[in-house]
Design a protein around this ligand. Structure first.
Ligand code: TYD
Ligand code: MG
Length: 471
């Protein structure tokens, strides 16, 4: 009979080692290895069918049913009233859902969630048996003291009697409080600081993070309480990041950009109850985050009478269901021979490398000896290929030192052959550009479906060369 083999499992990165060590050789974390016995074949077998049958558990499990016979659950939603936040969640919070809010430290997670908690505490709950059920909202602060949270709340004007604050890090005590107060929603700020006392691992380790999150998600589902988790995205990697619990929760939203800009972009990257990539826009002010419902030309600089400098191009990017006008900026400068740098911020660097190659090959721009910098102004991140043409024209404009006239909107994907390809929702983008006063549009061919836009001259281009000639 096979014997149990003792191994050591790292509670930080999950790697398995044959002997105990003070430091995990895979992730470099100290004191993270724990003894772990691999179950023998017999133990595994006993746990599965034989064991289940012996205890009668098999008959009690769920039975498979035809998909057509399952009743669709309609998902009632509670709107908190902060429209930008409701939009990210796909039209409000679904009771019993688990939502992860991630972002760099200091970006505004606690501020946003305290505002959301206050708004939910004020929002009217659903009507149950003719009575308006108003359930409190519990804000669990595990990083700051209750007094610190109160200070922030005063700044935000949050003073609803329905908003309860709990300074606690022990997950069992938190769950106990949830049972006591039966809140409609719970905010855990942050998940990386709470722990389960019967686990030896430190708070913030993979084991603690996963177990605490799992316990709270089970509670959310069974009690119909929505749980918001705050997770820090750490660069150093000393604590386990929120990525580890992404698969456990229903909705994942991340703060984008950096804290040096006053605008905050909150993007939904996963949503079991709505569309993903929906984006909420906020501005950090002295009294908390303020919604920006019409971004308009928020991310586009208004240049004086001299017009924009060379290397600046306006494009229209889709952010969820909304069009955002953004400014692509490029700069080229002669480089140390043989060590040309390419630095990109806000767009994909692989994509920019490809665009530079296309510019070299198809537009005969000599960039090999130049440093190329590309930046999407305002800290916005755009992953779409629809901004390829704008990036290409920005680099060309910078390289040739020829500014592109103000009010020119450039949209299109670039192929390796230098061809300009069509992009989704082109009409939507053009309409938004026209609304915001762009006088010229440079777009891929629309096959005779060019919309009538008051005041905008639309130029359809087939190739990169044509686009450059047009401008
Ligand atoms: P915070 O929500 O504490 O960030 P996180 O929880 O993501 O770490 O936000 C911290 C920053 O926001 C801090 O630098 C101060 C600033 N802030 C304002 O500008 N206005 C406000 O009303 C508040 C509450 C914070
Ligand atoms: Mg915080």
């Amino acid at each position: 009979m096979a014997k149990n083999k003792t191994q050591f499992l790292c509670n930080h990165c999950g790697s398995v080692h044959v002997k105990w060590m003070g430091k995990c050789p895979d992730c470099g974390t100290w004191d993270s290895l724990e003894e772990y016995k691999t179950p023998t074949f017999d133990e595994r077998a006993a746990r599965t069918s034989k064991g289940l049958r012996a205890t009668g558990d098999l008959a009690q499990g769920a039975t498979a049913v035809a998909i057509g016979q399952i009743e669709e659950a309609d998902t009632p939603r509670t709107k908190c009233g902060i429209a930008e936040f409701d939009r990210i969640l796909g039209g409000g919070m679904v009771p019993g859902s688990a939502i992860l809010v991630g972002g760099e430290p200091g970006i505004g997670k606690s501020t946003l969630l305290l505002q959301v908690a206050e708004a939910l505490a004020r929002a009217k709950g659903p009507v149950v048996k003719g009575k308006q059920a108003t359930r409190p909202v519990l804000y669990v602060t595990s990083e700051e003291s209750a007094a610190q949270t109160a200070l922030r709340a005063a700044r935000l004007g949050a003073k609803s009697a329905n908003l309860l604050v709990l300074a606690e890090t022990n997950v069992e005590r938190i769950i106990n409080q949830i049972h006591q107060h039966e809140p409609a929603a719970v905010v855990i700020d942050s998940i990386q600081m709470i722990y389960k006392p019967d686990r030896p691992a430190a708070p913030g380790s993979v084991t603690q993070l996963r177990d605490c999150c799992m316990d709270l998600v089970y509670l959310a589902k069974s009690a119909g309480v929505s749980v918001f988790f705050v997770g820090h995205v750490t660069k150093a990697g000393t604590l386990a990041g929120p990525k580890i619990i992404e698969h456990i929760v229903d909705t994942v939203v991340y703060f984008e950009g950096d804290r040096y800009h006053s605008h905050r972009i909150v993007r939904c990257v996963k949503n079991r109850f709505g569309s993903t990539h929906e984006v909420g826009l906020f501005e950090m002010t002295g009294s908390g985050l303020v919604e920006v419902s019409d971004p308009g030309k928020l991310f586009v600089e208004q240049y004086g009478p001299g017009g924009p400098p060379s290397g600046s191009v306006i494009t229209a990017a889709m952010q969820g269901s909304r069009v955002l006008l953004v400014e692509v900026q490029a700069l080229t400068a002669s480089s140390v021979i043989g060590a040309a740098k390419r630095k990109v911020s806000g767009a994909s660097s692989d994509r920019v490398a490809m665009i530079i190659a296309v510019l070299e090959k198809r537009a005969e721009l000599r960039l090999a000896a130049d440093d190329v910098f590309v930046n999407i102004a305002g800290g916005v991140k755009v992953a779409e290929p629809a901004i390829d043409l704008a990036i290409a024209l920005a680099i060309a404009s910078a390289h040739l030192n020829r500014p592109i006239a103000a009010g020119t909107l450039v949209v299109g994907e670039l192929g390796l052959g230098g061809e300009v390809r069509s992009v989704p929702q082109l009409e939507h983008r053009l309409r938004e550009g026209a609304r915001l006063g762009c006088g010229v549009g440079v777009v891929p061919r629309m096959g005779g479906n060019v919309p009538k836009l008051g005041g905008m001259a639309v130029h359809e281009v087939r190739t990169l060369g044509q686009a450059m000639a047009t401008l």
